[in-house]
Write a protein that binds this ligand. Structure first.
Ligand code: FES
Length: 71
């Protein structure tokens, strides 16, 4: 299974990381700007990991408890 986007808002993690790095945005700011993470919320741990590590494609399930809270 390939997990690479917020399904609710149809935004890729790659685009989120790009925007975050280009404009120095936090997760909260990315959520505000792109909407990702503001629907069902299942993509939030993936977004946190993507912003923390730069990884934008996942094949494993990640839960909230798997990722450290946002700094
Ligand atoms: S998958 Fe991102 S808010 Fe639902």
């Amino acid at each position: 299974m390939r997990i690479d986007r917020c399904v609710c808002m149809e935004e890729t993690f790659a685009d989120a990381v790009d925007l975050a790095r280009r404009e120095g945005l936090s997760l909260t700011q990315i959520e505000s700007r792109m909407g990702c993470g503001t629907g069902c919320g299942l993509c939030r741990p993936y977004l946190r990991r993507a912003l923390r590590t730069g990884q934008t494609v996942f094949t494993e399930l990640i839960h909230d408890a798997d990722e450290p809270p946002q700094a």
